[in-house]
Design a protein around this ligand. Structure first.
Ligand code: TRP
Length: 85
């Protein structure tokens, strides 16, 4: 019998934090960018959300930081903050 895959295992990036960040878009066109870990910082992925859409994400070996453009509610372990004007 094949070994069952554990739900939530990270395959692409190896290690992901066990914690999640949540971003809720408060307007159309909110952009969330994933910034690379390491010596150089580049945006490796961007995700566009419309009003009311929610992204649940983890930091990984590849992603050290995120940047949010537009009006959004951002929830992390360190608290809740809003972006945009
Ligand atoms: N490449 C940077 C690093 O690994 C990514 C980064 C982490 C970053 N924290 C940041 C970029 C804060 C801008 C601001 O350190």
């Amino acid at each position: 019998m094949a070994t069952e895959k554990v739900v939530g295992t990270v395959t692409e990036d190896e290690e992901a934090s066990s914690r999640y960040i949540v971003v809720k878009a408060l307007e159309d066109g909110v952009v969330i960018m994933g910034l690379t870990r390491g010596k150089d910082t580049r945006s490796h992925h961007s995700e566009r959300l419309d009003a009311g859409e929610v992204l649940v994400a983890q930091f990984t070996q590849l992603t050290a930081a995120i940047k949010v453009r537009g009006k959004a509610e951002i929830m992390t372990d360190v608290g809740k903050v809003s972006s945009g004007l």
